[in-house]
Write a protein that binds this ligand. Structure first.
Ligand code: FES
Length: 540
């Protein structure tokens, strides 16, 4: 008889079956399945909620503080606080989310060999193997950043690195993971490691420091300046990668404390320094990055938007994955022809009875939560209907608004969106003011969220106040820029010193006007006269 037998763990709705020994932490077990631990498993955020359908999972003190007695009775637990005690069946709140890759055609100078471009994101990793002669993408691999078990955002990871002495661990994890992705690319394309001649990695400044082994401590406090944000070159063997030929690996340079080489790559991809007219690039995330300018020079800044766009801190927030409401639209009164698979129509009509909500759910089926694009849409719809006033308060004085059972928008969710959108809108406004610009000829939205957000809703809530026809989803510009860098081994060897001299990093917090502009931007634009009238009835 085995002293510590394996137990069977079944995950719903994916029906994945795992086996684990008693005492195995659910955090380690579920992380491998793509479950995220937003606060790094410290039992603070509730983001790792699971529901025990069969079996037993102990409730500790952290769970008693974070879960209501009703939730505990229904089987809800915080996965990061539980361990395997016996056979278990659990329902996950999070499922696989699509990771944005890039297949944009681009011009290039052919060179012999294979190259690898890597977009090292805080949440996700994307790597592509390219034939540098033909420019063809031979293979793509994606993964969740393995560091995510130590926190979903850069601040929690910095906390782990600096205060818990975990930087070396994060460095080893990410180097190993990217090395494995490169091997996976070669395997999928049936090519040899000796054919790789160049690897380019881009990412934010914190990822740069973790990957390159540079002390990240200065990034954890004011003035958040990188210790060394420059171009870093390695032989792949120095990173522990076993690639015949030992190709060079370059991590491209950052532009500032929270503006990394992913933004530099975005500037290359969107050709911002080639435009005559003023253009912009915005990457909407926990740290929103903003670039404004033209061929005469660029201004860049980062704005701390908080995690609302990623569904965190939202009462029923979740990533853009199965079960998330990703789109909320208004439609005329119920019409059976308007019902589509994957759409749920709320049966309650708007205050004037002429409009109703339609919610699109990722993967079809029952709604489970609200992701960033759904949140922006829901608030835009609420403003249009007059359910939400310009101050952000519900007009009827209630504390929540049901979108589609059981997913509701709460007063606090609206506040979180206001904070996030005000940070970005204030950043854009200040950079435009500095540049003396009233309008942009084009605004590129980079990254996954920018790809899915509805431009009209973004304007309605005051996040991106530009005519929708001037706003363009630019896809994964970081990955495209990394690919371009594989072909442009210029005289600066990839340091992009000349280009970086044309980009000025602006410290928004140091701008004396920032706070005032930010506060102004907290309110929502008034919108249509009917909505404004309805909103005026909302308590301030
Ligand atoms: S409560 Fe935050 S990860 Fe578990």
């Amino acid at each position: 008889m085995t002293a510590n037998p394996s137990h069977r763990i079944i995950l719903w709705p994916t029906r994945v079956e795992l086996s684990a020994r008693a005492g195995t932490s659910l955090r380690d077990l579920l992380f491998e399945q793509g479950v995220e631990f937003p606060c790094g498993g410290q039992g603070r955020c509730r983001g790792c909620r699971i529901r025990v359908l069969k079996g037993h999972a102990e409730v500790n003190r952290a769970q008693q503080e974070r879960l209501s007695p009703g939730e505990i009775a229904e089987g809800w637990r915080l996965a990061c606080q539980c361990a395997v005690e016996g056979d278990l069946e659990i329902e996950l709140r999070q499922w696989d989310a699509a990771i944005l890759v890039d297949d944009t055609p681009f011009a290039f100078e052919p060179r012999p060999g294979l190259g690898v471009a890597v977009d090292l994101g805080t949440t996700t990793l994307v790597a592509q193997l390219l034939d540098l002669e033909s420019g063809r993408v031979l293979a793509v691999s994606t993964a969740l950043n393995a560091q995510a078990r130590y926190g979903a955002d850069v601040m929690s990871r910095l906390h782990f690195a600096v205060l818990e002495g975990g930087q070396r661990q994060l460095e080893n994890l990410i180097r190993r993971q990217i090395g494995a992705l490169v091997e996976q690319l070669l395997f999928s394309a049936g090519r040899l490691a000796s054919e790789i001649v160049d690897v380019v990695v881009v990412g934010n400044t914190v990822m740069h420091h973790f990957f390159c082994g540079i002390a990240a401590e200065p990034l954890a406090h004011y003035p958040f300046e990188p210790a060394d944000g420059g171009l870093k070159r390695f032989h792949s063997s120095e990173l522990g990668w076993k690639l015949a030929g030992d190709p060079e690996v370059r991590f491209l340079p950052s532009l500032g404390g929270f503006v990394g080489s992913d933004v530099l790559a975005g500037i290359l991809a969107a050709k911002l320094l080639e435009h005559e007219e003023l253009v912009g690039l915005v990457d909407l995330g926990t740290n929103g990055e903003i670039v404004i300018g033209n061929k005469e020079g660029l201004l860049c800044a980062s704005a701390a938007a908080g995690p609302a766009f990623e569904g965190a801190k939202i009462s029923m927030g979740m990533r853009a994955s199965t079960g998330a409401i990703s789109q909320v639209t208004l439609s005329p009164p119920l019409d059976p022809l308007l019902r589509e698979e994957g759409s749920t129509t709320d049966s309650r009509s708007a205050r004037d009875g002429s409009s109703q909500l339609r919610c699109r759910v990722i993967g079809d089926g029952t709604p489970r939560g609200l992701c960033g694009s759904g949140l922006v849409d829901a608030v835009a719809a609420g403003l249009e209907l007059g359910v939400i006033g310009a101050s952000g308060r519900f007009a009827n004085g209630e504390t929540s608004w049901m979108l589609a059972e059981p997913v509701a928008l709460t007063q606090n969710d609206i506040r979180e969106l206001q904070l996030a959108k005000a940070a970005i809108a204030a950043g854009i406004k200040l950079l435009m003011q500095r540049r003396g610009a009233k309008q942009l000829s084009r605004l590129y939205l980079a990254g996954a969220f920018g790809n899915y957000i509805d431009r009209a809703s973004a304007r309605r809530v005051g996040l991106i106040d530009f005519p929708p026809e001037r706003v363009e989803a630019a896809g994964n510009t970081a990955l495209l820029g990394a690919k371009l860098a594989l072909f442009s081994r210029d005289s600066e060897g990839g340091s992009y010193d000349g280009l970086r001299r044309r980009i000025e990093h602006v410290e928004l917090n140091a701008d004396p006007c920032f706070q005032d502009v930010f506060v102004d931007e907290l309110a929502f634009p008034p919108g249509s006269p009917e909505a404004a009238e309805a909103g005026r009835q909302a308590p301030a």
